[in-house]
Design a protein around this ligand. Structure first.
Ligand SMILES: Cc1cc2nc3c(=O)[nH]c(=O)nc-3n(C[C@H](O)[C@H](O)[C@H](O)COP(=O)(O)OP(=O)(O)OC[C@H]3O[C@@H](n4cnc5c(N)ncnc54)[C@H](O)[C@@H]3O)c2cc1C
Length: 210
């Protein structure tokens, strides 16, 4: 609870859906940029599965398991007599590191020199491919942006006028446009609002001339 992990990779197993960045562990679940990005990329996939699916966390941000093992072995060479729990690895907060050691069935008091090959392998697996289950969305319905909306095929891109109902213009979130958080959605709302407004005004101007 209340932990920030700076470099994670989140992925949904058996799909190409993944994201990287900061992970925030809160008292209501996972959040932070990596989570928000993945929920944006996977919006349709998650919706179809009623927000229930497996998720894999790579706590190190490194894609190469061999490299992660080498980093751990480096720690072993540096501090053979030190307890593993007292070493800072992969910029993980201490509580998270302790939790992951336990999740790897390692006693946090274990000294680096006592880390055997099998235990190292298990630890690398937990650090790079730690499985959890997504069991729903945020509790407070605090979604920032809605995926889906009026199909882009049904509007003229340069005016945002409906191809189905002439004289009807769409802008903002009602369109099937969504971006990751960081200002893209507001920018889309402002830009499409400007275009739709100008187009509607010029149509209205043309009509009132006749
Ligand atoms: C908590 C939160 C945080 C966000 N943070 C970011 C961010 O950091 N960066 C970013 O880019 N985007 C962010 N967004 C998304 C962004 O705010 C929206 O994508 C954007 O505001 C959409 O603009 P819009 O004009 O299409 O819709 P809205 O801003 O939702 O405007 C729709 C308006 O229509 C009104 N309305 C609805 N029904 C009716 C009706 N029947 N009659 C009359 N009026 C009606 C509503 O009251 C509202 O004022 C965030 C959204 C939320 C909820």
């Amino acid at each position: 609870m209340g932990a920030v992990i700076p470099h994670v990779r989140l992925s949904i197993p058996a799909t190409k859906l993944c994201s990287a960045g900061i992970l925030l562990i809160t008292h209501w679940g996972m959040s932070g940029p990596a989570t928000l990005k993945l929920s944006s990329y996977a919006a349709r996939f998650l919706h179809e599965r009623h927000y229930h699916c497996p998720i894999s966390i790579n706590w190190t941000g490194k894609t190469n398991q061999q490299k992660v093992a080498e980093d751990l072995l480096h720690q072993q060479r540096l501090h053979p007599q030190k307890q593993m729990s007292t070493t800072k690895v992969f910029e993980l907060p201490t509580r998270v590191w302790h939790y992951l050691l336990q999740r790897s069935t390692l006693n946090p008091d274990t000294r680096w020199c006592d880390l055997g090959k099998k235990a190292l392998h298990k630890l690398v697996e937990v650090l790079t491919n730690d499985g959890y289950l997504v069991e729903g969305k945020g509790t407070f319905k605090e979604e920032f942006v809605t995926c889906g909306g009026v199909s882009l095929q049904s509007i003229y891109a340069n005016t945002l006028e409906s191809k189905v109902i002439p004289g009807l213009y769409f802008a903002g979130e009602i369109l099937d446009v969504d971006g990751i958080t960081g200002g893209f959605n507001l920018q889309a709302a402002w830009t499409t609002g400007y275009v739709a407004g100008k187009s509607a005004a010029s149509t209205f101007g043309r009509e009132s001339e006749h």
